[in-house]
Write a protein that binds this ligand. Structure first.
Ligand SMILES: CC(C)(COP(=O)(O)OP(=O)(O)OC[C@H]1O[C@@H](n2cnc3c(N)ncnc32)[C@H](O)[C@@H]1OP(=O)(O)O)[C@@H](O)C(=O)NCCC(=O)NCCS
Length: 216
């Protein structure tokens, strides 16, 4: 898919394309998608865009401004909140909540081979960042501000293990820190980011992350 997308960039030139408030200038292969009422997508006015080549399922809500890039897949009932990014080829499951300013990176630049995947009913808190093919399994919960790349170590305090690149099903991850190693770091009292799984989803988590049906 990525090869085909890149071919589209190479095979078209930047020209005037229709915009909301005057002309925009982009490669003509990937104009913003136009939705119809029949698509069943709630595209709230205020400046969001889903590019051609992105799949947006019925029941998705897109709060402005949000951007869904080429090759992305956003499944039924998912909320893409304000300032959220669904990067190129990112795969977002059913009834996922992408909170305000959650950033899901794409594969085009810097060049990446694996897309970020967020499985069904996961909750991605405000200001989270998911990059470099990280996989968030079903019903996992990321507290606001958790940033994960392929090399971020995730500390599972429940099962006493370390993970990279994947958040297990139902895990509740919160931002944490760990001391940086080496004399210099010790002297300067430096810490590195260390996202921690503090628990696995329980009734309290369900209450904390309950979705509002009226919004859907
Ligand atoms: C993760 C979250 C859902 C809470 O889940 P929860 O299951 O109710 O968590 P609990 O309250 O049981 O907390 C479990 C432990 O994690 C800690 N914890 C919870 N949230 C935390 C956070 N955001 N940062 C650091 N620690 C956190 C608690 O202090 C507790 O630790 P303790 O047992 O040592 O006291 C909530 O903190 C959160 O981030 N919600 C998302 C908010 C958001 O982004 N909204 C979107 C707006 S658009």
């Amino acid at each position: 898919m990525k090869t085909a997308i890149l071919a589209g960039f190479r095979s078209t030139t930047t020209q005037e394309v229709p915009g909301w408030q005057g002309p925009c200038f982009d490669r003509t292969a990937y104009p913003p998608r136009a939705f119809t009422l029949e698509d069943g997508v709630r595209l709230v006015p205020g400046g969001s865009a889903a590019r051609r080549g992105a799949y947006v399922a019925p029941g998705v809500v897109i709060m402005p401004p949000a951007y869904i890039n080429v090759g992305a897949f956003v499944d039924e009932g998912t909320m893409v909140d304000s300032h959220a990014l669904v990067g190129s080829c990112a795969q977002i499951g059913k009834r996922v909540h992408l909170s305000a300013a959650a950033q899901v990176g794409g594969v085009l630049e810097p060049a990446g081979a694996r897309p970020v995947v967020v499985e069904d009913e996961a909750f991605v808190g405000g200001l989270c960042g998911l990059f470099e093919g990280v996989v968030v399994k079903r019903r996992a919960v990321l507290a606001s501000g958790v940033v994960l790349t392929a090399s971020t170590r995730i500390f599972d305090l429940v099962n006493e293990r370390e993970l990279t690149g994947v958040v297990p099903e139902g895990a509740v991850v919160v931002p944490g820190t760990r001391p940086a190693s080496g004399a210099y770091a010790l002297n300067k009292r430096l810490s590195l980011s260390a996202p921690c799984i503090v628990k696995y989803r329980d009734d309290k988590t369900d209450v904390s992350t309950a979705l509002e049906e009226a919004l859907r």
